[in-house]
Write a protein that binds this ligand. Sequence first.
Ligand code: ADP
Ligand code: MG
Length: 650
Amino acid sequence: MAKIRVLSQAVADKIAAGEVAERPSAVVKELVENSIDAGADRITVEIKKGGIAYISVEDNGKGIPFDEVEFAFVRHATSKLREIDDLFEIETMGFRGEALASICAVSDVEVITREKDALEGAHVTVNHGVVSQKETIACNAGTVMIVENLFSSVPARMKFLKKDSTEAGYVADVLSRIALSKPQIAFRYICDGKEQFSTSGDGSLKNAILNIYGIDHAKGVLEVLHTEHGVTVSGVVGKSELSRGNRARQTLFVNGRYIKNHVVSKIVEEAYRNVLMTGKFPFFVLNIQLAPGLVDVNVHPAKTEIKFANEKEIYDIVYHAVKNAIYKRPELPVYEPAVGAKPASVAKEGVAERPPVTCSDAKRPEAVDRKTVAEFMEKTVPQTVGGAFREPQRENPFARKTNEPTFASPKGGEAVPFDFDTEEKADTVLLARKKAAPDENKAEETPLFDLGEGAEKAPILVVGQVFGTYVIAQQGDSMFLIDQHAAHERKRFEMLKKDYEQRGVSGQILLSPIVLEVDGSELQTVKENRETLETLGFEMEEFGRNSVIIRQTPFVSDEEDIKSLALEVIAILAEGRPSGLLSFEERILDTISCKYAIKANKKLSPLEMEVLLKDVEELENSGITTCPHGRPIRIEFTKREIEKMFKRIV
Ligand code: ADP
Ligand code: MG
């Protein structure tokens, strides 16, 4: 086996130094990655008090040779990397030889380890960086690392830690993502004596999803497998019902390593365009497999951020991979860009658009239009979901064999014209605008129905409905188009806001309570926000390991609606920040009103339209002419304007 050795100074200097042990979850990540690198197929993680008091990671990996155990705690001591060139060919998780040194500098560490063939193992204790004890011990083959009293000697760091329960949530999050990246390894996570989840390690991503997120998720995923230009994108994307109000359930791996990359998230979302509502983010677990030399993993000390050597090309491939998976699903609306049009985010000069392809449709007819592609796929491609997560690492036909990159960039490696901050920027701009020009906003709110001082208002008459979405009304010399959803949403919002401010939203008790599957951090959010939830009209409480039970909601609706509303509200509570024009509480109230408001594409009866117009009038009388996000509720066309359009007058 490879020996542990100290890296040369030159190599050490080239490696960007970074703090590894910033919080318990980071420690767990490093320890678990070491276990994976040691070839373990069973890893048990146990923490107490958010990991601050106690973390133990036990594996059945290859163990550490008796004579080398203390070297593992020396900075830049690693058995995984020797020359700087290796940095770009890394296939192991760790490579800096930094983690254990950083961890043991700020905690008490105990390691019990035995190589498979060794007769006895080693038991070494390290107190704040100093080896204080080493003895032989009879133990299982593999390694147990126990980290206690994290940061007890670094009070400044302690201050940055959140509540134990929050830290435990972070640990669950990190571990669940690692477990998803390695379905062939059986993971077990125990927090304060209670098992939180365990995966079977049978190699199936779908089963890992089942073990971690529950049956709804295992059933609600579509398989992704797409290879292009030596890059393979595999994993699953969720059907629309698994989408959430934030990106917490999006997991991306690059060569099996968990990565944060907003651009990839945006690209996936782009592929979902016209399938998901705005503000909804798809569930996905995706792995991008490519030659290690095409990725620079050294950008971020925690190795969670990377740079692709040829970003544009890779984003394009991800886009096609996800689009293909969505196309295979007949009940989803098919995305049909205009002929020759490309999504703005991945538009690229000089490269012909590829029609959706899958690995198995080599015989696909050359010229088929998009609708028939979808139909074709439906008939020819088996509708499998989940299945084994491809790990092409070992016999990866795309792995780089020479020093040449496996694909050439058609236009060089210029940056993708994609602004992944758009939403955040938009929010900031809106807020800034609101603050800077309050009068301007007031002006917008001047009722348009005003017929002048003392004038009798003419009655509003319903004319009809178009596109199942807009109500046409007439009043005096004006015609109005009213957005039924915007109007109703605003009405509900105002009602809820009034209730909330006065005595809290009074919820309605559900005849049969609904059980909602949640993950560790969502459960935590529910526990921590019980009172807030009650003032919002929800009664929710913990129900078993991975669920909450919903007994009361602001409105009665069908189960799916209630579930998705509850998840959205939990996500906003977890995030806890305002958005755009709305304060944090308003955001939640708006989410509730949006859910229960009349949707677009719903035919209304004449009576319903009358009621809606009454609501609009009431809103107008209090100076409200927009939905909570600032979109207009109605648009006016005066008789004069219409006459001008028809050139009756000039
Ligand atoms: P790195 O993972 O970057 O090599 P670490 O500080 O995390 O650096 O670990 C140092 C060395 O300790 C590793 O290279 C490995 O040889 C050894 N080691 C750590 N944890 C384990 C484990 N669970 N099983 C076997 N060897 C381990
Ligand atoms: Mg390591």
